[in-house]
Design a protein around this ligand. Sequence first.
Ligand code: ADP
Ligand code: ASP
Ligand code: MG
Length: 403
Amino acid sequence: MGLIVQKFGGSSVKNAERIFNVAKIVTDTYSAGNDVIVVVSAQGDTTDDLLDKAHEISARPSKRELDVLLSAGEQISSSLLAMAIEKMGYNAVSLTGWQAGFLTDRTHSNARIRRIETERLRSEIEKRKIVIVAGFQGINRNDDISTLGRGGSDTSAVAIAAAMKADICQIYTDVDGVYTADPRIVKSAIKLEEITYDEMLELSSLGAQVLHNRSVEMAKKFDIKLEVLSSLTKAPGTMVKEVTKMEKMLVKGIARDDHIVKFTIKNLQNVPGIAFKIFSAIAGKKINVDIIVQTAANSANLMDMSFTTHEENAELAQEVLGNLLPGFGNGVYIERDDDLSKVSVVGSGMQTNAGIAARMFETLADNQININTISTSEIKISVLIARVDSTKAVVALHDSLIQ
Ligand code: ADP
Ligand code: ASP
Ligand code: MG
């Protein structure tokens, strides 16, 4: 008996039948004596469909208007779910992001939650209502609607769990837990009973879509018990927590990200301040960069600087670099590679076990997969490889490192 936050993704609410399935899960939880706050995503492919509609009107719609448009997807599913729950004889109320008190920063399309004003949520719970919140959205200081980035409803749910001190946050999706690799790509992927926040954060930041990386970051920060499970089966899910007992497993998962672009600025003078110049200009446009590599200078004291970023930032990054170019002198030019993927091996056991990297590179070599770039941290090794090889790489690495 307590307060439970349940989040349902797009496939869990994609049609009327699925909405009634969710209503049953929610009302069963409520009938067992719990208070329930539900967070929903837009139905099925609604967000992509809305984006297509916007692009029928304009190639570069303003981010403010996109946020108004996209937030509608979650509002539709929240009201439909509330209607289904009411039809089943329970009291429910749907709330948009701003009605639920989500205050964000002023970024559009990738806003961060600053805080949640919980009065409305609390008052509806006190009235014993099942509260349904439209995920992925909030309002900023200008009273404009903002959205939290693709996959952001997970973060809405964890934020509510933190603000309301919920007992658990359950993320219902179309797979019954977190696997050692995307089960759609690797048929032999293994479901994990549990995984640490740090490992999950790496996996989701490196492309495992199953949880929004900021939701994991927030769950860790506020020590929220997070469970990933399916809305279609009753199988136990995966617990995401601080410490796990599965220390035997050196590698917890393989992730891949096909949505990256790599930029290289060639022939830069190797003098103080160059990296600062480039990355402060990039950061000034709020572009997140990932793997950064600076080569050693050659005999002419020239070096190359590379970085990767999400494909949605590519045009803007190219523009920023193009503007910097004249300041770098003759012979400096930009290369852009749109055909790479990042494939990563994640596991906290790697910290104390040499040999994983060698095995990873051996597997890639055995499969004739060339490595473009390598990047490591304590609990992960990432490589950039040709995108055409990414599925083969994930399957082969899973075979050699996990089974
Ligand atoms: P939702 O719409 O419920 O938010 P998502 O599509 O965002 O669902 O995330 C679920 C999907 O994440 C799964 O269908 C699966 O293909 C993918 N996925 C990628 N990596 C993993 C992994 N390691 N474990 C489980 N699912 C994964
Ligand atoms: N509907 C949004 C998306 O498709 C947010 C979410 O599903 O979490 O990205
Ligand atoms: Mg998702």
